[in-house]
Write a protein that binds this ligand. Structure first.
Ligand code: NAD
Length: 498
């Protein structure tokens, strides 16, 4: 099959090809190497970006170190940094179309979602971080004797910000904006498959007035560059989002270097639907929770737990509704489900669904790749009659796949929801608010949504427990992880300090 007249606009000049952004200047990799960026919607090469070398990583860290030590950014007041980040927010909004097109073509996101979710949330992150610049105050402590003690909150230094392929713009924005408002400098390494929006953000931050060297981008392979970046002696903090496997490796390296690290890792969230739920509202939470971003969504809700009296009803509704969710052409304004982000991701999802059906899962709808214009499409899939050890239940699928299990009691629902090593997100659909509070307190997850899904705000902390990692992004909690405290105590005795 082909999509008629698919004509995505040309990418901006800065992406044709994309280059490294180091010390405020654009440059090729030190050995001139480039790597292809593939469009998931067609499988064709979209553009190329520089494939950084270890020498480029060293140069980016050196630029960030020099900028930090010079005080050109850390020496500004929070209010001054705030003004610059607010300008960055304005520029992100002004460049919505350019950013959305790059993100859409690079990741395979439907264009409307790239505009209203990815660019919008990125802008909100900068706006919120800018507001935190007004609240970087230290504090005075009440100490005994003739002393005066106060606590300063200071930036850490150079932050290595490493992000995954699925939400490049949003996930980099939360790290970059929070690190910058705290006064740090940043070396950002976007995922090798989806590096484009990071380069546009570099242009925007420069135009907003972020001084040279404060923000740097290196593109290329995480396997080749990651260890050097994480262990570089001039890096002071690692902010990582990605898979549990790579996150554990990164945390181990950072731990050995006694370097603070935040790790936002994989997820496998349960969405619990009680028999007293408002069914229309529940379905409105269930479907986006597994099809949004083609299911490549750390906070997706791929494990649906339905109280037995509603089980067959819910399956019947999903069988009818899911095939009707607009699918395919990412340039069409109403498309909701686009392709997976890479052939590797498509193969992984197809393999996991095969394993799931081999283990006894019943395909309610979907269950197969879709041949469309050479892209990496997989039909939205609902699997019923699954046990807890079915591979599609036990593993993070990271594709548009929903498993549906029945439960009989509240205790069983909680036990099933918590029967995963992950703990990023969870959901409860019920009209009984006392039950919602009771169950929410028992779920092992960093966030629980009641009567909805993915209700996110930059002010609300987000992060995991267990194999979903540690540390929080969003909210004042995130700011704290980009600051350190210093205590200063004066002896005020007569004659002291003279
Ligand atoms: P990944 O772990 O393969 O890659 C993440 C980043 O790490 C990429 O930039 C990659 O280049 C880099 N990397 C690879 N090897 C490295 C190394 N040795 N040292 C340092 N960096 C290295 O993850 P992915 O496949 O891009 O993303 C999908 C995963 O991310 C899923 O598991 C998903 O759940 C998770 N994720 C989590 C969150 C969250 O907030 N918790 C958000 C989005 C995605």
């Amino acid at each position: 099959m082909t999509i008629a007249d698919t004509a995505a606009p040309a990418l901006p000049d800065a992406l044709s090809p994309g280059r490294l952004f180091i010390g405020g200047a654009w440059r090729d990799a030190s050995d001139g190497a480039r790597t292809d960026v593939v469009a998931p919607a067609t499988g064709a090469v979209l553009t190329q970006v520089a494939k950084a070398t270890l020498a480029d990583v060293d140069a980016a860290v050196a630029a960030a170190r020099a900028a930090f030590d010079s005080g050109v950014w850390s020496g500004l007041s929070g209010r001054e940094r705030s003004r610059i980040l607010r300008k960055a927010h304005d520029l992100i909004r002004a460049h919505t179309e350019e950013l959305a097109q790059a993100e859409s073509q690079d990741v395979g996101k439907p264009i409307t979602l790239a505009r209203v979710v990815d660019v919008e949330h990125s802008a909100l992150q900068y706006e919120y971080a800018a507001s935190l610049g007004q609240h970087l105050d230290g504090s005075v402590r009440e100490t005994p004797g003739n002393t005066h003690a106060y606590v300063r909150r200071e930036p850490l230094g150079v932050v290595a910000a490493i992000t995954p392929f699925n939400f490049p713009l949003i996930l980099s924005s939360t790290k970059i904006a929070t690190a910058l408002i705290a006064g740090n400098t940043v070396v950002h390494k976007p995922a090798s498959d989806t590096p484009l929006s990071a380069l546009l953000i570099a242009e925007i931050l420069q135009e907003a007035g972020v001084p040279d060297g404060v923000f740097n981008v290196v593109t290329g392979s995480g396997a080749d560059l990651g260890d050097r970046l994480v262990t570089h002696p001039d890096v002071d903090k690692v902010a990582f989002t990605g898979s549990t496997e790579v996150g554990a490796h990164v945390a181990e390296l950072a731990g050995r270097a006694l370097r603070p690290v935040t790790a936002e890792l994989g997820g496998n969230a349960a969405n619990i639907v009680f028999a007293d739920a408002d069914l229309d509202q529940a379905i409105g939470a269930i479907i986006p929770a597994f099809v949004f971003n083609a299911g490549q969504f750390c906070m997706a809700g791929p494990r649906l737990l339905v109280e037995r009296p509603l089980y067959e009803t819910v399956l019947g509704i999903l069988e009818q509704a899911v095939p009707g969710v607009p699918f395919g052409d990412i340039t069409a304004p109403d498309t909701v489900i686009g392709p997976l982000a890479s052939q590797k991701q498509l193969d992984k999802v197809a393999d996991l669904v095969r394993q799931a059906t081999d283990a006894g899962a019943r395909v309610v709808t979907g269950g197969h790749p879709v041949d469309l214009d050479g892209g990496f499409f997989y039909a939205p899939t609902v699997l019923a009659d699954v046990e807890n050890d079915n591979p599609a239940v036990a593993q993070e699928v990271f594709g548009p796949v929903l498993t549906v299990q029945a439960f009989d009691t509240e205790e069983e629902a909680v036990a099933l929801a918590n029967s995963t090593p992950y703990g990023l997100a969870s959901g409860i659909q019920t009209t009984n608010l006392a039950k919602a509070h009771r169950v929410a307190a028992k779920l092992d997850a960093g966030i629980t949504w009641v009567n909805g899904w993915a209700l996110l705000d930059p002010s609300v902390p987000f992060g995991g427990v267990g194999q979903s990692g540690f540390g929080r992004e969003y909210g004042p909690e995130a700011l704290e992880s980009y600051l350190r405290t210093k205590s200063i105590v004066f002896n005020l005795d007569e004659g002291a300090g003279r």
